[in-house]
Design a protein around this ligand. Structure first.
Ligand code: PEP
Ligand code: MN
Length: 337
């Protein structure tokens, strides 16, 4: 981090500033030019409040030159992280050249529904089954999910198909109920639920961390950092579109996040074209584009009867449509691999 001092700062003011910074645990290098004094801060600058420093009367400007995320940073961990989900012969690897499609309904609705969809998506090439049991709905009057019963139905679908299960957690208080979930999803709305992230840092489980509705890549990586700082390094990032001003699509799918995150971090990144677009007919082109952009996988909503789905029917593919999308995606994957 580099701070430039204003003209005319006295020696006493400089000394006080240097002492204050050193007390925060960083090395301070003062470089006094003819017109300007520059201070270089070296070491763990993550504890320095950049806004507080920049707001001091004697400071002209402050620039951070190293990223505040350390565990998630590719600079300190050049090799791709490979996250293994599930156990034994059903285990699936994501990242480092391993690609996987997660598919299933927005919400688990019944045994017949989830088992039927699980069998269908498996036969079309999905490697993991998704399904919401606890649903983060904008309205408290909308279907909130089958909760514990939904988790039980996911277990049944896993038993029937062997697919590892992916489902969203909304509260750290539910962690015990998620003990045998294979991949725990943190949804967009909870990306900055820091207490939840800290708890997941102590969990012995891979985490699917979705990008917040209006989060920058840095904020997203800092959320991953919260989990990693607690010791859990098994994180898969998921780009699911961000808020913008156009209303034709539900969100704007930021595909440049895929190569950008790959540059910044060693964590795997997958794409959710369903929540990004909100329209089932856009899922195929965006799945293909995300695969071509180098995503490590996709998470796609599939429903046996989208018109009557209790949640997100408009963006859900039928099993037949999913089969077509998966086959196109795998051909693109073969082309670029
Ligand atoms: C979901 O995956 O069902 C979901 C609610 O996604 P998001 O958090 O991306 O909105
Ligand atoms: Mn959904």
């Amino acid at each position: 981090m580099i701070a430039v001092l204003k003209d005319g700062v006295s020696d006493v003011q400089k000394k006080n500033l240097v002492n204050w910074l050193k007390k925060q645990g960083v090395d301070v290098h003062l470089s006094e030019g003819q017109f300007q004094t520059i201070i270089g801060l070296v070491g763990d600058t993550s504890k320095i409040d950049i806004d507080l420093l920049g707001g001091l009367e004697i400071i002209e400007s402050v620039t951070r030159i190293s990223e505040p995320f350390k565990c998630a940073n590719r600079r300190f961990h050049p090799a791709d992280t490979v996250v293994t989900v599930g156990e034994g012969s059903g285990a699936v690897k994501i990242g480092g050249g391993n690609f996987a499609i997660i598919a299933g309904p927005c919400s688990v609705e019944s045994e017949e529904q989830i088992v039927g969809i699980a069998k269908a998506v498996k036969s079309s090439g999905a490697r993991l089954l998704r399904g919401g049991a606890f649903k983060p709905r904008t309205s408290p009057y909308d279907f909130q999910g089958l909760r514990g019963e939904g988790l039980e139905l996911l277990r049944i679908a896993r038993r029937e198909t062997g697919l590892p299960i992916v489902t969203e957690i909304m509260s750290a208080a539910h962690l015990d109920m998620f003990a045998d979930v294979d991949l725990i999803q943190v949804g967009a709305r909870n990306m900055q639920n820091f207490e939840l992230l800290k708890e997941l840092g102590h969990a012995d489980k891979p985490i699917l961390l979705k990008r917040g509705l209006a989060s920058t890549l840095k904020e997203w990586l800092m959320s991953a950092e919260y989990i990693m700082a607690g010791g859990n390094e098994r994180i898969i990032l998921c780009e699911r579109g961000i808020r913008s001003y156009d209303s034709y699509t539900r969100n704007v799918l930021d595909l440049s996040a895929v190569p950008m995150i790959r540059e910044l971090s060693h964590l795997p990144i997958i794409v959710d074209p369903s929540h990004a677009t909100g329209k089932s007919r856009l899922v195929k082109p965006m799945s293909m584009a995300a695969t071509a952009a180098g995503a490590d996988g996709l998470i796609i909503e599939v429903h046996n009867d989208p018109e009557h789905a209790l949640c997100d029917g408009a963006q859900s593919l039928t099993p037949a449509q999913f089969e077509e999308v998966a086959s196109k995606v795998y051909s693109i994957r073969n082309l670029i691999a």
